[in-house]
Write a protein of this length. Structure first.
Ligand code: ATR
Length: 271
């Protein structure tokens, strides 16, 4: 039998951490797999390139920005989560065709599982693809959700698509909501550039008991998290979500839940 072939596809893909994570597990968990690859696929070539990869024997693909919607359209069958989000981050190729899953919501939920946030008030900043995954997870956790985005129409669309009843916040209603939230999650790309400010909220309104989460993991502590920490808040970056969504994909392909432990953090260069 041939070794399993897996990879992540996206554009750009050079800086993806997924190969480090998966290759650590491939070695540690003793699964029968080739080295996990990263492959640049341009949006306009999606069908052609993915078709070729499948012909080459790839049976597991992670899909990242900007290809998750293309991957959704490509699948013969999808999970309920992927179907609701209309976005796929994990392709599984078998004799029945191509199956699409989205492990991002579960990755997010697992990353905050110990924080006791069920049914609490949570604020989401942004309404793009990542916000959809976060809102999906918070809905599962029965949280009371508020969403703020520069472009309000995208929040309305998100709520309609996901069947979520959330408070759609405006610049004037946002900061009162900040003050009564147990969780604030930044899903916007603000802060991705080193020292780039994210001043969407008034940090003085944050309660010290609020957990502040930024999905950005590089830089590892955005100015958004630094400001929140100054207010006494606990903070978290997006690395645990990345690792947990990867673990779910790994399990789908190799039927094994991989260890998330100190060795993995060492392999990723995280103390
Ligand atoms: P992802 O897949 O990472 O979620 P995305 O779908 O492109 O990426 O979403 C990016 C999010 O960052 C959006 O909510 C976007 O706001 P708009 O919907 O108004 O575009 C938000 N965003 C990006 N740059 C921003 C900026 N300068 N100020 C405020 N929000 C910004």
């Amino acid at each position: 039998m041939k070794h399993k072939k897996t990879a992540v596809i996206g554009d750009p893909i050079d800086h993806s951490l997924s190969p480090k994570i998966h290759n650590h597990w491939i070695e540690r968990e003793g699964v029968d797999s080739d080295t996990y690859q990263k492959i640049n696929v341009k949006k306009e070539n999606f069908d052609e390139d993915v078709g070729r990869l499948i012909e080459e024997g790839y049976s597991g693909l992670n899909v990242t920005v900007p290809l998750k919607e293309d991957a959704y359209k490509y699948c013969h069958k999808t999970s309920v989560v992927a179907g609701t989000l209309k976005a796929v981050n994990t392709l599984i190729v078998n004799e029945d065709g191509v199956y699409g899953e989205n492990t991002d919501p579960a990755g997010f939920q697992k990353s905050i599982v110990n924080r006791n946030l069920g049914s609490k008030q949570c604020l989401v900043l942004g309404a793009g693809g990542s916000a959809r995954a976060v809102v999906f997870a918070l809905k599962q956790m029965r949280c009371e959700i508020g969403i703020f985005n520069r472009t309000r129409e995208k929040v309305e669309l998100l709520c309609d698509d996901l069947g979520v009843e959330a408070t759609i916040l405006t610049e004037s209603s946002l900061n009162e909501f900040v003050g009564s939230s147990s969780l604030v999650v930044n899903t916007t790309s603000l802060g991705q550039q080193k020292n780039e400010a994210n001043n969407l909220i008034n940090f003085n309104n944050l309660k010290p008991s609020t957990h502040v989460y930024d999905l950005i993991y590089n830089p590892s502590k955005t100015t958004f998290l630094q400001r929140a920490e100054k207010n006494g808040c606990t903070v978290q970056n997006g690395l645990e979500m990345l690792i947990n969504q990867a673990a779910q994909s790994f399990n789908l392909w190799h039927n094994k839940i991989p260890a998330i432990d100190k060795d993995l953090m060492l392999a990723l260069g995280v103390k």
